[in-house]
Write a protein that binds this ligand. Structure first.
Ligand code: PLP
Length: 358
């Protein structure tokens, strides 16, 4: 069977050359005589893979010297707990509630200290990102948490809030899709299964001075300083996940790096939004100013037509376009691995469907 164009929000399509490389090396990696899955995480052959992945990520994101990179397990959700456990020295933090995952992060934070939701678009079903100007931030807060791209609602922060406290960013659905000035953040974390590699892996980028202050009750595996000191290997890490992430980093470098991807991603998003803005059938659901470049949400306004569209698209090899149940309609997730060609095919199909159904 031919490969489909997979618009899944996560786990998501991976670049074909990454899968082909992993396939080629599956039984024996280089001249090792074994699969990466079978290697000791402490062997030189594996630590070389690990070191290269870290170096390539640092290079791709121009991560400054005073930051550490670790590869953790438990996805982005595990970090919803790890963040307060590592950072709540004064016992309070600010959160911007801009979507479902932002909300979950704040709710988890409440288990460990005082959480101040300083802005929220929850009442409006998260169709926009709250204005970051003039926020009433909490005096002495340990951090300000944002979710920079809202995967379910298809919105993104178009500017970063100014905050005296370190900015902590869930970048799960936008990391490596656009240039980020890492020095503006205290912590960036991302579940891998959207823009990086297989699930079960979470990338954490943390400014060195912010690690080493974990609460006594912080589980050892969630303690960032422990993970930094052990190079992500206090226990057995997701060795295969890190290897595939490394292949993606190499692929990104071959594409010209993050700035080159950003250009392509802007082009891909524009193809869809330009069509949606002029469509007689489909309507985008996110406010124009805050539209995500990674998750494009839209509806026809008729649940039956939505379902018919998703079904007919799948029959054409354009799959996983159903929207999240809280938004309804459709969502096209167009992460780095989705080609311009894939988006063009989707738009052409939408035009056909519109001609028959508007
Ligand atoms: C997918 C996603 C998560 C959840 O990630 P897990 O790895 O499943 O824990 C959290 N935040 C954002 C923004 C996401 O897109």
């Amino acid at each position: 069977m031919d490969r489909v164009y997979n618009f899944s929000p996560g786990p998501s399509q991976l670049p074909l050359p990454v899968l082909e490389k992993a396939q080629k090396d599956l039984l024996t990696y280089g001249n090792t005589g074994m699969s990466v899955m079978e290697m000791s995480h402490r062997s030189k052959m594996y630590t070389d893979i690990y070191d290269q992945a870290v170096a390539d990520l640092k290079d791709l994101m121009a991560i400054p010297e005073d930051y550490e990179v670790v590869f953790l397990q438990g996805g982005a959700t595990q970090q919803f707990s790890a963040i307060p456990l590592n950072l709540m020295v004064n016992g309070k933090a600010d959160y911007i509630d801009s979507g479902n995952f932002a909300h979950l992060a704040a709710e988890e934070g409440k288990r460990y200290g005082e959480v101040h939701v300083v802005a929220s678009s929850r009442e409006d079903n998260y169709t926009y990102v709250p204005d970051v100007k003039g926020l009433a931030l909490t005096e002495g807060a340990d951090y300000l948490h944002i979710t920079q791209n809202n995967t379910i609602y298809g919105t993104r922060f178009v500017e970063l809030p100014e905050s005296a406290a370190p900015l902590v960013c869930d970048a799960s659905s936008m990391i490596l899709s656009e240039v980020m000035d890492v020095s503006k953040y205290g912590v960036i974390y991302a579940g891998a299964q959207k823009n990086i590699g297989p699930s079960g892996l979470c990338v954490l980028i943390v400014r060195k001075d912010l690690a080493g202050h974990a609460m006594d009750i912080c589980p050892k595996l969630l303690n960032w300083q422990v993970q930094i000191d052990k190079g992500s290997m206090y226990n057995t890490p997701n060795t295969w996940g890190i290897y595939v992430a490394g292949l993606t980093f190499q692929w990104l470098k071959e594409q010209g790096g993050v700035a080159a991807m950003e250009k392509i991603n802007i082009e891909k998003a524009a193809l869809l939004y330009d069509f949606l803005d002029n469509s007689k059938l489909f309507k985008p659901t996110a406010q124009a100013k805050y539209r995500s470049r990674m998750n494009v949400t839209f509806v026809t306004g008729d649940a039956e037509k939505d379902a018919a569209f998703v079904k007919a698209a799948a029959a054409q090899g354009l799959v996983n376009l159903k929207g999240h149940r809280t938004v309804g309609g459709m969502r096209a997730s167009i992460y780095n691995a989705m080609s311009v060609e894939g988006v063009r095919k989707l738009v052409a199909f939408m035009k056909d469907f519109e001609a028959q159904n508007a």
